[in-house]
Design a protein around this ligand. Structure first.
Ligand code: XIL
Length: 403
């Protein structure tokens, strides 16, 4: 009771507002994260926010781990760009979602334009994944193993992998990834699978396909590149999450969240709608324990990928181009804070997690991390004891979890 009172009081202090990752963890999630990119790391004002692990507990390299950069010519591997981001995260005690291994886009032409036999392309996929996952072994909380394999109607995208190997390239990729790093969580990742529909149903089938082939798949990543005012309803979002769990996934995440305006500039009422839409997605994740976290696809409109790809669209993120927090930031922060406070009231174990998240110096003997919370890992300075019924297990060098 004493802890509850002081924690709630702390959360309520204006100006000492808890930040997104702290709040997400206090609400029972593993992280709130952001994607970033190499060229952005020279912007010191940008980095100051990105490196704050109270704000972002997780980082995704926006480009550096893609095939185009890691194996631009056959058999010649380079990890400089990816390493820079992974090292940045490590320095700042942030976990990494590694992204991505098998994708039709940003794929070098030696792969996409090759005329392959099945055994040749199998070997190419094998070599690429074994090498890259091997390089990052122990450093990735998760891997997006296969990215965007589906068309909008739920049929398979006719990429080089599908053309040569059929759907079997998907379980193949998961098998090779699992063999190269048995502790990374392995994800299928795609967009327009956040709400129910043909593509979501097909993504659930992919989970089953991989499992039926005897391969390991842990999660489904819902990219969530959404449009202000036309996102799926919260119940549709929640049903989609449940469909992936029913198909055999043990977790899901929003992996690339941004909610764009189709035309600019955004009006005040538009910004309010955007805040409501971010609230809906955050609530859908909070509603299911298996939704482990939310990653925004960079945190500021200054570095969003949207304007370069969707003509005239933009302003999709939580911070504006001048690194000023937008109404959507306040909305996400409030909904996480409400969930954190609620779980503190309803669960004494979580009260202690909340207290630990806010005050990382809490002493070990006065703490107990709730199930699924972080309890250890390199650089972790929080509580290392688990609440009754859970024990602390290492996921990788950087992340131990109460399970
Ligand atoms: C985007 C990057 O943000 C851009 O910098 C790049 O030019 C293109 O790719 N789905 C994905 C991400 O899985 O890898 C994409 O990232 C956005 C869509």
């Amino acid at each position: 009771m004493h802890i509850l009172t002081s924690t709630t009081a702390l959360l309520a202090i204006p100006g000492a507002a808890a930040q997104l990752n702290q709040l997400a963890k206090a609400a029972g999630k593993l992280y709130f994260g952001s994607a970033t990119d190499n060229n952005e790391l020279s912007d010191s004002a940008y980095v100051k926010i990105l490196k704050d692990s109270n704000m972002f507990g997780q980082i995704t390299p926006g480009n550096g781990q893609k095939w185009q950069y890691t194996e631009s010519s056959q058999g010649s591997f380079s990890y400089d760009s990816g390493d820079e981001i992974v090292n940045f995260a490590k320095t700042n005690n942030q976990i990494v979602r590694c992204h991505t291994l098998v994708w039709y886009s940003q794929l070098p032409s030696w792969v996409s334009d090759g005329s392959w036999s099945t055994s040749q392309l199998t070997s190419v996929v094998n070599t690429h994944i074994a090498n890259e996952v091997g390089h990052y072994k122990g450093k990735c909380y998760s891997w997006d193993v296969v990215n965007e394999a589906l068309n909008e109607d739920g049929t398979y995208r006719d990429n080089v992998f599908y053309k040569v190997l059929g759907e079997s390239y998907i379980p193949l990729a998961f098998k090779v990834a699992a063999a190269a790093d048995s502790s990374a969580k392995l994800y299928y990742n795609d967009y327009n699978i956040e709400g129910t529909g043909s593509k979501q149903a097909a993504a659930a089938k992919i989970v089953k396909l991989v499992k039926d082939a005897g391969a390991k798949i842990d999660g489904v990543g819902m990219q969530a590149h959404l449009i202000v005012g036309s996102i799926p309803s919260q119940s549709s979002l929640e049903s989609a999450i449940k469909s992936y769990l029913s198909a055999g996934a043990t977790e899901v995440a929003y992996t690339e969240l941004d909610i764009r305006f189709s035309s600019l500039p955004a009006s005040d009422s538009g910004l309010k709608q955007q805040a409501d839409d971010y609230t809906t997605v955050t609530k859908a994740c909070l509603a299911n324990k298996a939704c482990v976290g939310i990653t925004i696809w960079d945190y500021t409109d200054k570095y969003s990928w949207i304007p370069s790809v969707f003509n005239g669209a933009g302003a999709a993120l939580l911070w504006d181009e001048n690194l000023k927090q937008k109404p959507a930031y306040t909305a996400v922060s409030s909904v996480l804070k409400a969930a954190a406070t609620k779980s503190a009231v309803s669960d004494t174990a979580t009260v202690t997690t909340l207290s630990t998240a806010i005050k990382p110096t809490a002493t070990a003997d006065a703490c107990a991390v709730a199930k699924y919370g972080q309890c250890g890992g390199k650089g972790f300075s929080g509580c290392t004891a688990c609440a009754a019924g859970a024990s602390c297990a290492a996921t990788n060098d950087y992340y131990s979890q109460c399970v």
